[in-house]
Design a protein around this ligand. Structure first.
Ligand code: KMH
Ligand code: ZN
Length: 469
């Protein structure tokens, strides 16, 4: 717990340099509120200083909710300074930053700034007001909040956009442990965090009997990929079919599909190396001849419905080597918690590199369940710097991908995993599922990214790779 300003400054400087290692340190929140005449308590429409502390209390509460999933309690202010009067009609922006995270204590620094004030000059209208070119700091404080261990919900819900905020914005300035923003930097509202939507448009199990909206020919696949791109997808998870609709890993069929896709749109093509249950490793590696930008790497064997989807450890390593040789980036398909550990072993052995990108495939019969506690646990296993997404099968697709997006992950939808838009209503291809996911992302303040931004996030260096071998 902080006991003095000096301590807070030291801590802030120390923590500033290692905040990446301490979850939550640097997390910043701002509220902006107009002071009304009902807030004026003293002569001359002066607002009570306690109002600033009430704002800091709300800021602290949001910080604790973002960090711990609980409102927590304010234990003590170590210091408070009132620096300028606040009057009715002022707009006050209150910012708080977490400076230290202990087992249960969370040290915070606060600052309230006046950003708009009423003119109150003799020859102007009573309603005349100015947006201030430089905000006026009206109050600063340092305090400590507490969230008891049993109320801390795990994993912590720190959205990447918040933890990713720049040091300049979150750092405490001299001489006080406070967060005066550099001039003209819009402080607080965190930038919407980037979201990659993947469309799984073909798959290996769905048939035309299940849905007439399954694309089969290269042209149908390309048309669907373009529709999905239009709806918000930046990655197409790709399987192909023979003309009679059977799943295939033929490099020729993949090449035709990729070429057709690339004629129509700029999506990242992620070819499957999972193929269909029962295929040999050589067969499964077929699409790598097309040197796709991305390819799946399935990280363990599971019961797949009533069949067994075999991914022995040697097979995984074999495919990892082939994916790297093709110049592709692996997406790590995890159908079980142990598959995450297997992926981490691959990294340790050097079979795959960073950045890691996990795809949690939930709800396969025989694999890990599509449940909130499961997803939260899986997310807790993801190492710093890695990205992750959620795919879930059947009726779980919508709730699980929406939960994943809320927790800061990416999402995969499409008819490979789920053919229904609503119960009993077939999706007319994957694009409507993508459109619905994109609308949800927007609603929660996530930014659905275009393929080039997705390439950057996924560590794909080259842009479009030709499907020509
Ligand atoms: N068709 C499943 C057996 C992948 O594309 O990498 C495997 C699958 C995974 O679809
Ligand atoms: Zn697949």
């Amino acid at each position: 717990m902080q006991t003095s300003y000096e301590g807070a400054v030291d801590d802030a400087q120390r923590l500033g340099s290692c905040r990446a290692m301490t979850i939550g340190v640097g997390l910043t929140v701002t509220l902006r509120l107009r002071m009304g005449s009902h807030d004026a308590h003293y002569a001359g429409e002066l607002v009570d200083g306690a109002k600033m502390l009430a704002l800091f209390g709300d800021v602290a509460t949001e910080l604790l909710i973002r960090l711990d999933g609980d409102e927590g309690l304010f234990r003590a202010y170590e210091a408070v300074e009132f620096l300028a009067p606040v009057l009715a009609g002022d707009f006050i922006e209150a910012t708080g930053v977490i400076t230290k995270v202990g087992a249960t204590s969370r040290a915070m620094a606060f600052e309230a700034r006046k950003v708009v004030q009423n003119c109150r000059t003799p020859n102007t209208a009573a309603s005349a007001a100015d947006a201030l070119a430089s905000p006026i700091v009206v109050c600063r404080a340092v305090g400590t909040c507490v969230v008891p261990r049993d109320l801390q919900r795990k994993p912590r819900l720190v959205l990447p956009a918040l933890t990713g905020q720049s040091d300049t914005v979150a750092r405490l300035s001299e001489p006080r442990p406070i967060i005066t923003p550099p001039p003209r930097v819009a402080l607080v509202t965190p930038p919407p965090s980037d979201l990659i939507l993947t469309a799984a448009i073909v798959g290996a199990e769905v048939t035309r009997k299940d849905t007439p909206h399954l694309p089969i020919t290269a042209q149908e696949i390309a048309d669907e990929a373009a529709r999905c791109r239009e709806a918000g997808a930046s990655v197409i998870h790709l399987h192909v079919r023979t003309p009679d609709g059977a799943p295939s890993q033929s490099s020729d069929l993949f090449r035709a599909a990729i070429e057709a896709i690339q004629k129509k749109t700029d999506v990242i093509v992620q070819t499957s190396t999972g193929g269909a249950v029962g295929m040999s490793v050589d067969e499964r590696a077929g699409p790598l001849a097309c040197k796709p930008e991305m390819a799946t790497l399935n990280c363990g064997t599971i019961n797949f419905g009533d069949e067994v989807f075999e991914n022995s450890r040697p097979l995984i390593r074999d495919l990892a080597v082939r994916i790297r040789a093709a110049g592709s980036i692996p997406e790590l398909e995890c159908y079980e918690a142990g598959h995450v550990d297997e992926a981490l072993s691959l990294l340790q052995e050097g079979a795959i590199g960073t950045p890691l990108h996990f795809q949690f495939v939930l709800g396969v019969r025989g694999g890990i369940a599509a449940r909130e506690d499961v997803l939260r646990f899986l997310v807790s296993l993801v190492p710093e710097g890695a990205t992750w997404g959620v795919a879930a099968v059947g009726r779980h697709q919508r709730p699980m991908t929406e939960l994943g997006m809320t927790l800061g992950g990416h999402a995969r939808v499409g008819i490979e995993d789920n053919i229904f838009l609503e119960k009993g209503v077939l999706a007319e291809g994957s694009a409507p599922l993508v459109a619905r996911a994109a609308a949800f992302a927007k609603q929660i303040g996530r930014e659905v990214v275009a393929p080039d931004r997705a390439r950057t996030l996924l560590g794909i260096r080259s842009n479009r790779v030709s499907a020509q071998a």
